[in-house]
Design a protein around this ligand. Structure first.
Ligand SMILES: NC(=O)c1ccc[n+]([C@@H]2O[C@H](COP(=O)([O-])OP(=O)(O)OC[C@H]3O[C@@H](n4cnc5c(N)ncnc54)[C@H](OP(=O)(O)O)[C@@H]3O)[C@@H](O)[C@H]2O)c1
Length: 291
C-alpha cells in the first residue's frame, strides 16, 4: 500500500512556485497576489483562510485578507469584490464560503472577474472546464489531479467512482477524471444520496473518490482489493483527548481500508494540503496569463 502523502506532494509544488516567484522578483517583477475575503468568524473558515494566507507568505506570494463582520450587506460585499476586480495588482480573488445566509453565494461567485476566479466556481470557469478549455479548476479537484500526477497513479481505462456531487468537489472531479487527458481517461460513476446500490458500485471502483462529508463512511467491505482511495472528507468529531476538543475524520475508515488498497490518502495530510497547492497554482497561472 502506498500512502498518497499530500503534504509531501504539496511541498514539492510549493518549492517549485517559490523558485518561480524568486525568479520573477530577480527580474524586478512583482509577485503573484491572492486576495481573500472572509465574512464572519466561523472557526473552520478562519482556519482555512489563515492557512492560505500563511502559505502565500511561505512561497513569496503577496496576499491580502479582507475581513468583514457577518452583518455586512450583500451590496457592500459585492462592491468590495468589484474593487478587487479593478485592482491591477491583484491576480486571484477568493471569497471563503459559506457566506452568511442573507448574502447570495451565486451573486458573490458571479461578481468575481473570471480572469481572477482562482476558486474556479464562476460559471465561465465551469463552462470552460466542461468544454475542455484551459481554465481555473476548483482547488480541491485540481489538487487531487496534481496528487495523482505526483504519485504517477495510472488512471487511463480505470473505473473511477466519485461519491458526492457538490459543485466544489464531486461534480468537477467526475468531469475531470473522464476527460481525455492524464490524469483522466477514466470511466466514471458519480454517486449521491439517492444512489441505491452504492456498495455494489464502490466494489467495482479501481479508484474511489469519497467526498460526501460523513466520517468513516467507506468501509473495507465496500472496497475491492488494490483500489486507489482518495479521501476528501473532513468532519470534526468530538474527541475529549484532543486539546481542540475534536478530531478530524475523513470519509474513509482508514485503518481497515488502507490494507486492502494499493494507494490511499490520509486525513489529515492528504487532499487538504493539495487543495491549497491547487489554489496557489491557479493564482500563479492567473498572474502568468496577465504578463
Ligand atoms: N480536503 C479538502 O480540502 C476539502 C475541500 C472541500 C470539501 N472537503 C470536505 O469534503 C466533504 C464533502 O464536501 P462537499 O462540499 O462536496 O459536501 P456537500 O456539498 O455536503 O456534498 C456532499 C455530497 O455527498 C452526497 N452524499 C451525502 N451523503 C451521502 C450518502 N450517504 N451516500 C452517497 N452520497 C451521499 C450528497 O448527495 P446529494 O447531492 O444527494 O445531497 C452530496 O452530493 C466534506 O467533509 C468537506 O468538509 C474537503
Amino acid at each position: 500500500m502506498q500512502l498518497l502523502d499530500g503534504k509531501l506532494a504539496a511541498q514539492a509544488i510549493k518549492e517549485d512556485l517559490k523558485k518561480k516567484t524568486s525568479a520573477l522578483q530577480e527580474q524586478g517583477k512583482r509577485s503573484p497576489h491572492l486576495a481573500a475575503i472572509l465574512v464572519g468568524t466561523d472557526g473552520a473558515s478562519e482556519t482555512y483562510v489563515a492557512s492560505k494566507v500563511k502559505t502565500c507568505a511561505e512561497i513569496g506570494f503577496e496576499s491580502t485578507l479582507k475581513r468583514f463582520p457577518s452583518t455586512i450587506s450583500e451590496e457592500e460585499l459585492l462592491r468590495e469584490i468589484e474593487e478587487l476586480n479593478n485592482n491591477a495588482d491583484v491576480d486571484g480573488i477568493l471569497v471563503q464560503l459559506p457566506v452568511p445566509k442573507h448574502i447570495s453565494d451565486d451573486k458573490v461567485i458571479n461578481a468575481i472577474d473570471p480572469s481572477k476566479d482562482v476558486d474556479g466556481f464562476h460559471p465561465v470557469s465551469v463552462g470552460n472546464m466542461v468544454s475542455g478549455t484551459p481554465t481555473f479548476i476548483p482547488a480541491t479537484p485540481y489538487g487531487i489531479l496534481l496528487l495523482l500526477e505526483h504519485f504517477k497513479v495510472e488512471t487511463k481505462g480505470k473505473h473511477a467512482v466519485v461519491i458526492g456531487r457538490s459543485h466544489i468537489v464531486g461534480t468537477p472531479m467526475s468531469i475531470l477524471l473522464s476527460r481525455k487527458a492524464y490524469p483522466g481517461n477514466c470511466t466514471v460513476t458519480i454517486c449521491h444520496s439517492a444512489t441505491t446500490n452504492l456498495k455494489e458500485i464502490c466494489l467495482q471502483g479501481d479508484i474511489i473518490v469519497a467526498a460526501l462529508g460523513q466520517a468513516e463512511f467507506l468501509t473495507a467491505d465496500m472496497v475491492k482489493e488494490g483500489a486507489v482511495i482518495v479521501d476528501v472528507g473532513i468532519t470534526r468529531v468530538a474527541d475529549a483527548s484532543k486539546k481542540s476538543g475534536f478530531a478530524l475524520k475523513g470519509d474513509v475508515k482508514f485503518d481497515e481500508v488502507a490494507p486492502k488498497s494499493s494507494a490511499i490518502t490520509p486525513v489529515p495530510g492528504g487532499v487538504g494540503p493539495m487543495t491549497i497547492a491547487g489554489l496557489l497554482m491557479n493564482t500563479y497561472n492567473a498572474y502568468m496569463k496577465k504578463q
